[in-house]
Design a protein around this ligand. Structure first.
Ligand code: SF4
Length: 206
């Protein structure tokens, strides 16, 4: 991480391989969300200025990537909230591992994940208002439709990666009507979470 930082800065902070351009939802600061995993990570972060690597990568980082949050937005959040977030280690973790903004310089694949991964790695889902096994419907885990929508939206950039072959094989099993329903649910989630285009606010993303 240190080597990447000194080799690639300052241009590294402008990387945005997936063209993510949305704002960071307010619940990253307040923790006010029905998503039990996100609420817990934000609450622990606020209390301790610390969170486990997997909480940062697979909950807050993953969700930001799935929502199309601009790398600069999530980067500023990590720098602001974590006591150990020195830029040399934080930027390659955010632009490299969490959001794939550097296009694969740090990670050989995108770490996008659905609710099933969070369920496997934690005990959050049992107490959540959302149903981790559901892909569609008002109470379906938001990570699920956002995950499939992310894969679909970024297929041109990611589907040739051999490490993404299995997710894209699974995506290909969904029919057009289901993909459409997933895209609509994902857009509704982005709107309700406030992960809307920065440009609409007269702000620009890098
Ligand atoms: S069901 Fe989804 S939103 Fe709720 S805790 Fe599990 S992964 Fe998080």
């Amino acid at each position: 991480m240190r080597g990447i930082y000194w080799l690639k800065m300052p241009a590294y902070l402008d990387t945005n391989a997936l063209g993510a351009a949305n704002r960071l939802p307010d619940f990253y600061w307040s923790g006010e969300t029905d998503m039990a995993c996100v609420a817990a990570v934000v609450a622990e972060t606020r209390a301790h200025a610390y969170a486990h690597h997997i909480q940062r990568l697979m909950v807050t980082g993953n969700l930001a990537m799935l929502l199309g949050v601009a790398p600069a937005e999530i980067n500023a959040w990590y720098l602001g909230v974590y006591a150990d977030a020195y830029e040399w280690v934080e930027a390659p973790n955010t632009h490299g591992m969490a959001t794939y903004a550097d296009g694969g310089l740090v990670g050989s694949k995108s770490y996008a994940a659905s609710g099933a991964y969070i369920n496997r790695m934690s005990d959050y889902c049992g107490a959540c208002a959302y149903e981790v096994k559901d892909r569609l419907g008002e109470r379906a885990c938001p990570f699920n439709s956002l995950y499939w929508d992310f894969l679909d939206r970024n297929a041109a950039r990611l589907d040739a990666n051999p490490r993404m072959a299995l997710p894209y094989k699974n995506l290909a099993r969904l029919d057009a009507a289901e993909k459409q329903a997933i895209a609509e649910r994902a857009e509704a989630l982005r709107q309700s979470f406030g992960a809307t285009p920065l440009q609409a606010e007269g702000r620009v993303s890098t």
